[in-house]
Design a binder for this molecule. Sequence first.
Ligand code: NOJ
Length: 565
Amino acid sequence: MTTVKSMMNLRPWWKTAVVYQVYPRSFMDANGDGIGDLQGIILKLDYLKQLGIDVIWLNPIYDSPNDDNGYDIRNYYQIMNEFGTMEEFERLLLEAHQRGIRIVMDLVVNHTSDEHPWFLDSKTSKENPYRHFYFWQDQPNNWGSIFGGSAWEQDPTTKEYYLHLFSRKQPDLNWETSEVREEVYRLMKFWLDKGIDGFRMDVINAISKVPGLPDGEVKPGDRYASGGEFYMNGPRVHEFLQEMYEKVLSHYDIMTVGEAAGTTPEQALLYTAPERHELNMIFQFEHMDIDAGSGGKWDIRPLRLTELKAVLSKWQEKLHNRGWNSLYLNNHDQPRMVSRFGNDKEYRVESAKMLATILHFLQGTPYIYQGEEIGMTNVAFPSIDDYQDVEIKNMWQERVIEGKEDPEAVLSQIHVKGRDNARTPMQWSDSLNAGFSTGDPWMKVNPNYVDINVEQALNDRHSIFYYYQALIRLRKAYDVITDGKYHLLLPDHEAIYAYLRETVDEVVFVAANFSVENQAIEWPEGFDDKYAACLIANYEDAPVSEEGFTLRPYEARVYHLRIGA
Ligand code: NOJ
């Protein structure tokens, strides 16, 4: 699948690829049990081909008791029953490859399920050979779990405590133990030898913990320390990844993307600079944190465009020619991008296209989260019982049941930030259950499926879907989108996001309005109303004058100049 263009430029294929993220549980249910499955994904491959994407990233599909929807793995070598069989997986891989689509799997090796045989053995006695696969202590330290409460759970058999940075059903693996690492490399090879095209590595920057697991500082008003400084980008993380590269990754033509919250661009270069032989790119989180206050994710504060621009620009500039960016505005852990950064009411279509424009002209590999391409929005279910996510449930228990906080106030935070915003079933049509399932869906569908669905999008030539299709085509047609240097314009403007991308022979000018008011913008140097060609715009017409043009509510335009032409 290496294209002539990528061979000529000696670019690795993932630098020109667009990735589509599939959350299998919510994508398409082919057997009517209410849960998405592998057959369902196979049924929709032609749809993805039509969109034009190159790669599918599959959220975990391994055998799991589903405490955290597959991020708690019981058997790395088996497919989750609800999703199908290994034969169906192989069929999916084959059918995807036949359409020129690659498949990247989730690699979840910071922790396993507490039902994994290693853990079941590990907890039987202090002498068990698997004891050192996990972290056991006779007393917990003061770290809190990312999903609430202590990060330690006491096990009745030996009365010792084990570490779980996430839910108590997700014990952390101890990467200091070389057998753990060897087991991980073995399972990676098993999947790579089947022909998969890479890994998205779950919380990979947390695999090296500071020895001794020291207590952290507890902030006033908190019960636990975050402990993050003792496990994020820890002392041996680069050594472990270089070992993984040498033993596994270097032997395959694949792509790797590491999830790495709390990482700065300088640290990102340590992970992604090609000469260091670690990963191709990471998911950084800085732009996901700008609408949160010091109290963390649920401490919601208004978003400022200047901050979003500053963060994205910093990452563009610092990684240029040295590392590589992944580009995303939402995923299965984040609210829907059009609800968070756009306007999901009267300007839903315009703002979804505008956000896509901003993202897809940046340097890096863009990721589209399922449903983003039709402008799916957040959901506001009326009751906590409508929610499924372990993070939401733990937080409700802690704050409403135990902490007696106002349930309505907490529910409204869930409406804004809860992970289930992204996990409602994919909206395929306006028929029963949005065409996702003929059974009872594992999670309620967003009631707006009657208006927002794939069938509607495919029947409307102005839909968000076709706009994404055009964006993907442009990326393949213009080298400047892959290679160009980024330059932010109007950094202090609170409504306009405008930037240039430049190579020696091409310049692209991207201008977008993040507000409901008209905004005037002047041509940047070198551009004018006669020679600049409009590559794409989200309104039907694009009037200009000699000086510049006016961006209407959530309008986005992209102009192109060939230098010397
Ligand atoms: C990050 C994943 O994206 C998220 O869904 C999961 O809950 C945690 N890691 C734990 O595996």
